[in-house]
Design a protein around this ligand. Sequence first.
Ligand SMILES: [Zn+2]
Length: 272
Amino acid sequence: MAGTTPPGVLVLDGGMGHLLKSHDIAKFAPHLPPERQFAAAALANAAAPQLILSAHVAYIQSAPPLGPSYAPLKDMPDNLMEEEYRSLCSAMAEHVDVFLCETMASIREAHIAAQAARACGRPVWVAFTLRDAPDPQPQLRSGESLHAATKAMLELGVEAILVNCCSAGAVTAAVRALHTQLAGRNIRIGGYANGFRQTTDEWLQGRGEMATNDPADFEPDAAGTAAILPHAYARHAQAWVGAGADIVGGCCGIGPAHMRVVCEKLKERADA
Ligand SMILES: [Zn+2]
């Protein structure tokens, strides 16, 4: 969902999954088996739809990775992926303003997801998850370049390119690269990082407590999964806007407290 909008910048919600987990969502859907308890998110939305609608200006619907996050899906053939995304998107198209194919780890999956979403007649945004290094030539988690991935998405006619669920520093580098690549085109740029002290790359490699994210962004004694401090996250979000992003939000580990400060800081920036 997208909400409070300082001039020119669309602000997305924070990460819903981690927020619900932190509120022990299982208690809202005790009849569901553990692997289905994320369905409690739908129940939570259904419980107070007017409250949710009044706080948002647009309904941005996720088209998520079909396999585990952060890993390119290798063992599912194209035709099955197409079928899956088509059925997902066509079921929701009537109710959404934009499809957001997010946490895309490879060009193949992004291409199939975006094509299926596009066929439903709604605007399509694509968000890639990146290796966590603040690399001026960012790479998807597949190792493919963000530059090549963006080029492929432009050929499909997507309306926005974003990066998500990687470290805040990787988002900054990527927004700069996208701003250069997309200069002169009417394509929105966005970013929403995750908030973990231990980078996702390190977590995937099982490298324990090593912390390459900026220690100054966290409480001094924070462990690997502790979330970034709200003011630190807002500083990063301001840097993304300064570098050319006009969509910012939060992914895993980023919640309402972070997004509140992001909105405040962006409003101050707009008023200055
Ligand atoms: Zn995430």
